[in-house]
Design a protein around this ligand. Sequence first.
Ligand code: FAQ
Length: 311
Amino acid sequence: DYQERLAEFEARIRRGEKIEPGDWMPEEYRRQLIRMISQHAHSEVVGMLPEGAWITRAPTLKRKMILVAKVQDEAGHGQYLYHAAETLGISREAMLEALLSGKAKYSSIFNYPTLTWADIGTIGWLVDGAAIKNQTMLAQCSYGPYSRAMVRICAEETFHHKQGKEMVLLYAQGTPKQRAMAQDAINRWWWPALMMLGPHDKDSPNTEVLVRWGIKTKTNDQVRQEFINEHAPEILAAGLSIPDPELRYDEKSGNWLHGPINWDEFWQVVSGNGPMNKERLEARRRAHAEGAWVREALEAYAAKQKKAAVA
Ligand code: FAQ
């Protein structure tokens, strides 16, 4: 019966076994994974937009090639994650419909504009930096296809992180104009990067069940602390400042403690009222409509192949 199956399922997770597609799982485990993985896939795909806007304006051929590769990686991550979600019984059409209708969430961070070229470096350093902290945690998750996807994706994001950090460090040592551009980008992306890792644990309704079932192996605040501990000293060492007057190193805990996060801003962005929410969804809807002919052609081709196979 249900209680026995649940006990065995939880015992498997405690033993560190992966749950695979087709294995018995509680409906709530399935629902939570579909929610998280589809939101993650949408984030990768919407996440192509802020950076994609700078491909034609990259300052050198080398930077342009790196940026094209990064944005292409993000499309690949989206594909990979939609497939992982499909193993749980949801269709890609249903997920895309949820995104395009504005019903599904995607990461708050991609609703901010990329105003200067330094934003591209800063996204690599801070946004990929935050994403990697979250995703190395998820690489340990109890659902096999998601955890394996995270291993591959983190490897690529490590490259994204390094190229971003290299760029910002270079500009931080550059001309006064370059330094100012790097500082301005850090000023605008620091807080959204902290928010990206989700609300404080006490305001995070999903964490408890996700941790119990080994989907999350760390809480939002734990991951945020790891992110700050790595990045705050590096930003300061580069001679840049962090827009948090309360930020300080705490000897006792070994942590960099931060000031209050503006959660009103976060919830505004999550509920569709961020600076770029409308533009982002509009761009996705346009891309979907303009790609209709590709889907039709694929269907026509598949139908023809099927007919040929029958004959
Ligand atoms: N944005 O109960 P919790 C990337 C929602 S990939 C929007 O704490 P949970 C790569 C949350 O969904 C970035 N909504 O939720 C890249 C929930 O609402 P719901 C994406 C957010 O799941 C780099 C409600 O608030 N990564 O960046 C956000 O336990 C550079 C309550 O929150 C992933 O998606 C937010 N930031 O923890 C690409 C990783 N935070 O669904 C291009 C997978 C929370 O109940 C360029 N996801 N909400 O209606 C996760 O690890 C988790 O879902 C968290 C949130 C940690 C994001």
